[in-house]
Design a protein around this ligand. Structure first.
Ligand code: NAD
Length: 454
């Protein structure tokens, strides 16, 4: 399989994809390695994963350059991603003992009771390309800490990064028969769905996630799904510094070229600040540097998937035909690579695909609202439920709004943010199950209940 640079359209490498035979061999090896790995003390697994983070830090520049070359994100954002993954590894390794230690529920009396968190066995992680270090870390790090073996399939669009991850995990001390990658596209993913593993954890689109869930359900195996979003923001009239709010929220839309599961995808603005906010927002977006992702001042690089510019152009055409207005951008760029202009549309409605379907690109629809009730109704008018945010200086009013939002994560005066200490989980078509936090470490375990009488 060829690896193509989305900025230059040049071939940057070739990889050998896996087959049914190679996958079976990897699983046979993992079956042998997993119980040995689970039997070593947790402290040892922790120090091995901390060593993995150290290796990523040591090689951050070269790893970031590879990531930029295959997914097109600006180099500084690639560096930020690897630093972010290391911070998550730090939290997960520091908190694994608390999440994984056995818990005594009843310590005295006739019947003592405790919970032991056992590993699942072999965890299969089918993953996405938009943040391969971050979304990979969410799964394979806690899975390994909990004593599982991992079969990790990076996206076909981030295979070279997958190879780097495997190399440094092995170099850090994770045995080869405990962590293996599987390379290839959808067809290889299909082979994994037939394989004999003990749990599936998928990060990717709703469409693929739904299909995977249907297949896995027939096998009676646990399945975690971290899927897409159509994440809304509400800007109340109760904000003070409109220029700063506009700049921060635009970053929430356009960071990583809008290719984040928690990118802001819809904005509702109170009518009293609408004009000022939209003007400041458009000024900010027009200031973005678009170009070579290797250049230090680039904020918007190419989109990763070559199909995405045409998909975004279709969303713009649909919105225009239904009455929207483009305030900036709106077109595929006439240059080599998968470039699309950063785009802002107003006069949008929920009849437009732009306001209902995940865009996953540098494009945003903005709507004016009269009050909180109207904003809440529109924010919840979605098949997704990943994140939702409010900008407001009154915390009581914001809390009242947040309580009514049907999303796994809610923000106040921030957006497009993930914390290792908090559970990351979607609702509705954004998936189910949790990664991160204590909850997300225990995701990769099965609790065993002990009833003990002397
Ligand atoms: P995708 O669904 O196209 O692919 C994801 C993975 O699934 C890839 O490894 C792919 O090879 C594999 N795959 C595709 N078809 C398959 C099949 N039939 N059987 C088995 N495997 C198959 O998604 P993508 O384009 O890689 O990622 C973008 C999507 O991921 C967006 O919707 C984004 O919102 C979502 N995402 C969600 C989160 C989250 O935490 N909720 C994080 C990152 C990305």
């Amino acid at each position: 399989m060829n690896c193509i640079n989305p900025a230059t359209a040049l071939n940057i490498g070739q990889i050998t994809t896996d087959t049914e035979f190679s996958i079976q061999n990897k699983i046979n090896a993992l079956r042998i390695g997993q119980p040995v790995w689970a039997a070593i003390p947790l402290t040892e697994r922790i120090s091995i994963l901390q060593q993995f983070a150290k290796l990523l830090q040591t090689h951050i520049q070269e790893a970031a350059a590879v990531l930029t070359s295959e997914v097109g994100k600006p180099l500084q954002q690639a560096v930020n991603e690897i630093n972010g993954a290391c911070a998550r590894i730090d939290w997960l390794t520091n908190n694994a003992p608390k999440a994984l230690q056995e818990e005594w529920m009843v310590e005295t009396g006739g019947t003592r009771e405790k919970i032991v968190y056992e590993p699942l066995g072999i965890v299969c992680n089918i993953s996405a390309w938009n943040y391969p270090y971050l979304v990979g870390t969410n799964v394979f790090v806690p899975a390994l800490l909990a004593g599982n073996a991992v079969l990790y399939k990076p996206s076909e669009l981030s295979s070279l990064t997958g190879q780097i991850i495997e190399k440094y995990l092995h170099e850090a001390g994770v045995p080869e028969n405990v962590f293996q990658i599987v390379l290839g596209d959808k067809a290889v993913g299909e082979l994994l769905l037939q394989a004999d593993v003990d749990g599936y954890f998928f990060t990717g689109s709703y469409k693929t996630g739904k299909y995977i869930y249907e297949q896995v359900s027939k096998k009676m195996k646990p399945c975690g799904l971290e899927l897409g979003g159509k994440d809304p923001l509400y800007i109340t009239e109760d904000i003070t510094d409109i220029a700063t709010v506009a700049a921060n929220t635009a970053d929430g839309v356009f960071y990583n070229n809008g290719q984040s599961c928690c990118s802001v995808e819809r904005i509702y603005v109170h009518e009293k600040v609408y004009d000022a906010y939209v003007a400041a927002f458009v000024t900010e977006v027009k200031s973005y540097n678009i170009g070579d992702p290797l250049a230090a001042n680039t904020y918007i690089g190419p989109l990763t998937r070559k199909e995405q510019p045409a998909f975004l152009a279709a969303q713009v055409a649909d919105a225009l035909q239904k009455g929207a207005t483009v305030l900036c951008g709106g077109k595929i760029m006439d240059r080599t690579g998968n470039y699309f202009e950063p785009t802002v549309l107003v006069n949008t409605t929920h009849q437009m695909d732009l306001m209902k379907e995940e865009s996953f690109g540098p494009i945003i629809g903005i709507m004016k609202v009269a009050d909180d009730a109207a904003a809440i109704a529109l924010m919840n008018d979605t098949d997704y439920g990943l994140t939702a945010g409010v900008y407001c200086n009154n915390e009581t009013r914001a809390a009242n709004i947040q309580a009514q939002l049907n999303a796994g994560t809610v923000y106040l005066n921030c957006c497009d943010r993930v914390s290792a200490a908090l559970p990351w989980s979607g609702r509705k078509n954004s998936g189910f199950g949790s990664t991160l936090s204590y909850v997300g470490i225990r995701t990769f375990t099965q609790p065993k209940a002990y009833h003990l009488r002397s």
